[in-house]
Design a protein around this ligand. Structure first.
Ligand code: ADE
Ligand code: ZN
Ligand code: ZN
Length: 301
């Protein structure tokens, strides 16, 4: 009886994973973005993040372990209002992004998309540094976890995809021998294959390799990744514009429905995935550093 119960539980777990599992950079992608960000936190940011994280992590202060939380909750009815905040789509075959045209949910409610969410959570965290009343008004712990997660999502090229195929979710392809969809390839499969092929199936080893590329390979680009036009704290419109550009140039190209994607696609797209994970991390750190340094500047004034 016990065994039967356990098998049943295992079945439910597997089924839940199959049904719920697929919709954003997978857990590994989000963990990577946030781990890279942590390495670029200034002192005030380390302290503020540690204060805001849920109790269980006190002492650890590890933002990365909370970065998939918005994916874990979005299917529960009380959190369903967050489900359109993970992406922004363009009209079919449009390889450019415009906030006013594209940032809405399926009922055309304005601002309900990933770029709107990044503006919103940045503003809420920022206003907590100006006015301590907002500490009561907003749940800053949730704000931090949402902002960190959506910064990852907006860097996944197909989170700014075409609305007709739901960012590649309805484009059925084979990834080597497995039947899947194009969105899942970009959320999970490219990272999974890279882990197996190059990193001994170890996520920390992959993260170390990205950190090394940040200090050697991409080092000249990093300061340009951080900066936002007009001195804004965050510039999600820029990140989404880059994403749809990459979606058109790399994700959708040579990946029509029914295609089998193998070595050629994997080897040419992996550098894009690696760069987007690194950019997401660098920019998340830059935004949090701007927010929390504003905080201490005001406190000292
Ligand atoms: N649902 C609809 N469009 C989506 C997208 N671009 N990414 C993830 N989920 C989606
Ligand atoms: Zn997401
Ligand atoms: Zn996704």
């Amino acid at each position: 009886m016990r065994l039967l119960l356990r098998q049943c539980f295992a079945c439910v777990l597997v089924l839940t994973q199959l049904v719920l599992g697929a919709l954003c950079w997978g857990k590994d992608g989000h963990y990577t973005v946030c781990k890279i960000a942590e390495g670029y936190f200034e002192e005030e940011t380390i302290a503020a993040v540690k204060k805001l994280l849920p109790e269980s992590s006190q002492g650890g202060g590890d933002l990365a372990t909370f970065c998939s939380w918005p994916d874990e909750i979005k299917h529960f009815s009380q959190w369903q209002w967050t489900s359109s905040l993970h992406y922004v789509n363009t009209p079919d075959y449009r390889c450019n992004y415009q906030y006013c045209r594209d940032c809405h949910d399926s009922h055309m409610q304005k601002d309900w998309c990933v770029t709107g969410a990044i503006f919103n959570y940045t503003r809420q965290l920022m206003s907590s540094s100006v006015n301590s009343q907002t500490l009561v008004q907003y749940n800053l712990t949730e704000d931090l976890m949402f902002l960190s997660h959506y910064m990852g999502d907006v860097h996944q090229p197909l989170h700014t995809g075409f609305s007709g195929d739901r960012g590649g979710n309805t484009v059925i392809v084979h990834w080597y021998n497995s039947k899947t969809n194009l969105h899942h390839v970009w959320d999970n499969m490219i990272i999974e294959s890279a882990l197996q092929t190059y990193y001994n199936s170890s996520l920390p080893v992959m993260i170390q390799s990205l950190q090394a590329k940040l200090t050697n390979g991409w080092s000249n680009d990093v300061s340009s990744w951080e900066s936002c036009q007009f001195n804004q704290t965050a510039c999600p419109d820029q990140y989404a514009s880059e994403s749809i550009g990459l979606a058109c140039k790399y994700a959708y190209r040579n990946a029509t429905p029914g295609t089998t994607l193998g070595d050629e696609y994997f080897l040419s797209r992996l550098p894009i995935v690696e760069k987007r994970l690194a950019q997401g991390g660098i920019r998340l750190a830059a935004i949090l550093n701007r927010i929390f340094s504003a905080n201490t500047k005001l406190a000292g004034a």
